[in-house]
Design a protein around this ligand. Structure first.
Ligand code: FMN
Length: 499
């Protein structure tokens, strides 16, 4: 017995020294390789231990998110914002005890002004549908002011698009296809669809990449397709096109987008045939004539004069030439992939550009003609209520609905390794996204936004969320005081009433 025990101890000791020897050998080899390599100065000067810097830097991202970052300090979305979406998507109660954890003296915070005598509860501020494109052969009576922003099938996985489509139908929102064409998965749930026409005209192009009236007519024939959105730019990458590598052009993607299988496909950085406001209005009018449905544009603000010039062109041509809507994306908008300088530095924030655009539109006498759809980190009720008060008629969100699908902000949308299956085509990760569960979460999230914006509107004393005005919002300034938004951006729209 004793002999067996000492044999075991001896064997473990030998194993221990073998492992130590192996680790030392590996360290020496790695150390020599580190010293000889020329690309990394830290590893060259501090062989072996220099490698821990890279390891800790990448692990730091996870440790900060889970353990160290405070509830309201992460970007692009902090934990408080994400948790709100998660609870709204769960469909759990939105009541909290004891008091707010929000610091309301942070510069830029919106504070809504309660009515002295709010309407009684039976006068709840419920949302009414709003018509878009009254002059089109088939105007769209949009039921919801909160909807799903454009994200292509391709940038999103199949189960993600399916869950959004079914969730949009359950919740009564529209679903924008993004620029990758109309897939069967967009149509699956039966929701209203906004078909986006990107610069490569995916889904509505001829063999040479030009807009095809035949394809446009085919897409417009789907009763679910309610509107067409001509994408000029998006906030995260204004003026940037893209290349879809041949490896990603599967038979299915090729069929949906109208491009050859296995060949790389280029999206130009703008529509080649649109180099002026006149050409833009020509193209909008053409698409509206061919499809019979409302047509708008999506862009991000640079110079405000550009919108002034567009409205002047409309004035000269006549009000019927106007786009039926303008989707204004903020510079803070999201993307599947974009160069960092464009994402970080190009394009005005929605907080600044939305009131400016609304004023330019209203001054041009186009308030009832052109609807404004706003997007850019408007994912919680306060942000959405702010946007309505600032002048938006509708709000769309991409990343809010991604959070509803289970996104954990891993920031890997461009790497095919999205751990929640939302932006990856790897079936291993997609298996985590169960369409029959996530569709309900999508619906519950959007409906919670609508309900809570209606709650704010009711407290403020208006009968409908779109009656929120800039006089109902105060913005916190750097000295801690708050100033009415109507004073910061005096609009020509009617001033606030509490009725
Ligand atoms: C994964 C992903 C894909 C997107 N694809 C498109 C697209 O195809 N076309 C487009 O106009 N915008 C696209 N966007 C931008 C969004 O539609 C939206 O304008 C922007 O993210 C702002 O909304 P958010 O802050 O609620 O995400 C995409 C965004 C994300 C996150």
């Amino acid at each position: 017995m004793m002999e067996a025990i000492s044999w075991y101890i001896e064997a473990i000791a030998i194993l221990f020294w073998v492992v130590v020897g192996f680790v030392l050998m590996a360290a020496i080899v790695i150390g020599i390789l580190d010293r000889l390599q020329k690309a990394d100065a830290i590893r060259r000067n501090y062989p072996v231990i220099g490698r821990f810097r890279g390891l800790f830097t990448s692990l730091g991202e996870f440790f900060r998110q889970y353990f160290f970052a405070m509830d309201r300090e992460e970007l692009p979305f902090n934990r408080a914002q994400r948790d709100w979406v998660k609870e709204a998507s769960d469909g759990t109660s939105n009541t909290r005890a004891f008091g707010s954890t929000r610091n309301i003296s942070v510069v830029g915070t919106s504070i809504f002004t309660p009515a002295p005598f709010p309407p009684l509860d039976d006068m709840y501020a419920a949302t009414e549908p709003l018509v878009i494109g009254p002059g089109a052969r088939q105007p769209y009576h949009a039921p919801s002011f909160f909807n799903i922003s454009g994200m292509s099938y391709g940038a999103l996985s199949r189960p993600a698009v399916r869950a959004l489509s079914r969730g949009a139908k359950l919740g009564g929102f529209w679903l924008n296809t993004g620029e990758g064409g109309l897939s069967p998965y967009h149509l699956e749930g039966g929701a209203d669809i906004v078909f986006q026409i990107g610069t490569a005209k995916y889904g509505v192009r001829d063999a040479d990449g030009r807009l095809s009236d035949e394809k446009l007519t085919e897409i417009a024939a789907h009763p679910q397709v309610r509107m067409f959105e001509l994408k000029l730019a998006q906030g995260a990458k204004p003026g940037k096109g893209g290349i879809l590598p041949g490896a990603k052009v599967t038979e299915e993607i090729a069929r949906i987008r109208g491009i050859p299988v296995g060949e790389s496909s280029i999206s130009p950085n703008r529509h080649p045939e649109v180099a002026s406001n006149a050409q833009l209005l020509d193209l909008i009018g053409h698409i509206r004539r061919v499809t019979g449905k409302p047509v708008g544009i999506k862009t991000v603000m640079g110079l405000e004069e550009s919108f002034g010039a567009l409205f002047e062109e409309i004035r000269q041509r006549g009000i019927e030439s106007a786009p039926d809507f303008i989707t204004l994306d903020g510079g803070e908008g999201g993307t599947g992939a974009s160069p960092m300088p464009l994402m970080d530095l190009v394009g005005v924030s929605i907080r600044e550009s939305l009131p400016v655009l609304a004023d330019l539109r209203d001054r041009a006498g186009l308030k009832d003609r052109i609807r404004i759809i706003a997007s850019g980190k408007l994912i919680n009720p306060g942000d959405v209520a702010w946007a309505l008060a600032a002048g938006a008629d509708f709000i769309t969100s991409a990343r809010g609905f991604m959070f509803a699908l289970g996104c954990i902000q891993a920031m890997k949308c461009n790497r095919n390794t999205c751990p929640t299956g939302i932006t990856t085509h790897d079936p291993r990760f997609q298996a985590g996204l169960v369409v029959e569960d996530k569709d309900k979460r999508v619906a519950q999230y959007g409906q919670a936004i609508i309900r809570e914006v209606e709650t704010i509107a009711h407290s403020v004393g208006v009968s409908e969320p779109r009656k929120l005005t800039r006089s109902h919002v105060r913005i916190v300034q750097s000295d801690g005081s708050s100033v009415a938004m109507s004073q910061m951006f005096p609009s020509i729209a009617p001033s606030a009433t509490h009725s």
